[in-house]
Design a protein around this ligand. Structure first.
Ligand SMILES: [Zn+2]
Length: 322
């Protein structure tokens, strides 16, 4: 059955199942929750359930209809995603044209709008009418990890379903079930912040090694060697997305050092304990807290598209002088 492969979202799934079997499905939903927690998978499972001829309350996951939805090949399922930075009004108009037709195979049409916070204002306003009166009983599912970026007029026309961060034990079990070694699964699930996507990324060999060299580098930074500080900043600045990832890892490393300093063994990067203890001995609790704040400031700065290299240089200098 189609919901079985989704982990950690029992509550949302129960609500959707109840609505569907009770004939009370809303015509427009907004799924919100952090990236990688299963929103899109759940949206597809809901569409499968609505389209599937199997009468068990959810999609069977095996019939041609379920397969076509899973592979996004179903003629009655329309998926909209940002084209570049935004979802544009032309995409919404195209969708509205498609929705005006009768469904080809399914009992009704369905549409998933992923990253709904990226609807530009014109596109968002154009969508309002469709949300109010979806043609032919169509099902519309909007997905976002950033509900603050969705027009309030859109939110008010949808039934909102909040997805939870996936609990760490569920992530850990899942990774182990996929063949990840238990130690790696423990670390990756602790660093994932409730996101399966992130847990899978972190459990790759490269990220695990990167963490170690990042920590070694942090501990050896020194104001006596400005050239190496700037080299570190330049290297990270070359890839903005990567820089965000690294900053997130730095935060978990600093947080672990802070925990160790305060005598707590509840750390995420358990395999790096000896190095983390070195760090905990080097920094004071106050400077670790300042550094965590500094990294957060740097992340916000990168998000706002300021000079990446400069922001990183400042951060590394703070790390070196702490
Ligand atoms: Zn089916």
């Amino acid at each position: 059955m189609v919901y079985d492969t989704i982990i950690g979202q029992e509550r949302s799934i129960a609500i959707l199942k109840r609505a569907w079997t009770g004939g009370k499905l809303a015509h427009a939903y907004l799924f919100d929750g952090i990236e990688g927690c299963g929103k899109r998978k759940t949206a597809l499972a809901l569409v499968q359930s609505v389209f599937c001829s199997d009468d068990k309350g959810e999609g069977c996951g095996r019939c041609p209809s379920c397969n076509k939805v899973a592979t996004l090949q179903h003629p009655d399922l329309h998926l909209i995603e940002p084209d570049g930075a935004f979802i544009k009004i032309d995409q919404v108009r195209e969708l509205q044209r498609e929705m005006a037709f009768r469904p080809f195979e399914a009992p009704r049409k369905a549409c998933i709008i992923d990253n709904a916070d990226r609807l530009n204002p014109a596109a968002g306003n154009a969508l309002l009418k469709t949300l109010e009166e979806p043609p032919g009983n169509a099902l519309i599912i909007l997905i976002t990890a950033n509900p603050g970026g969705v027009l309030p007029t859109i939110i008010s026309r949808c039934q909102r379903l909040q997805f939870q961060a996936i609990p760490q034990p569920a992530l850990e079990d899942y990774l182990i079930g996929q063949g990840t070694p238990p130690e790696t699964a423990g670390i990756a699930s602790a660093l994932a912040g409730g996101s399966l996507k992130k847990a899978l990324e972190v459990s790759s060999e490269t990220v695990l090694q990167e963490r170690q060299s990042l920590l070694q580098r942090m501990l050896s930074l020194s104001l006596d060697n400005i050239a190496s500080l700037f080299a570190a900043a330049e290297e990270l600045a070359a890839d903005k997305e990567k820089a965000q990832e690294m900053l997130e890892l730095i935060t978990t490393l600093l947080r672990d050092m802070l925990f160790l300093r305060q005598g707590s063994g509840d750390i995420s990067n358990r395999d790096l304990l000896p190095l983390l203890e070195q760090g905990a001995a080097r920094f004071t609790a106050a400077s670790l807290m300042t550094l965590i704040e500094q990294v957060a400031t740097t992340r916000r700065a990168l998000f706002r598209n300021v000079n990446t290299r400069l922001a990183l240089e400042v951060m590394f200098m703070r790390l070196a002088e702490a």
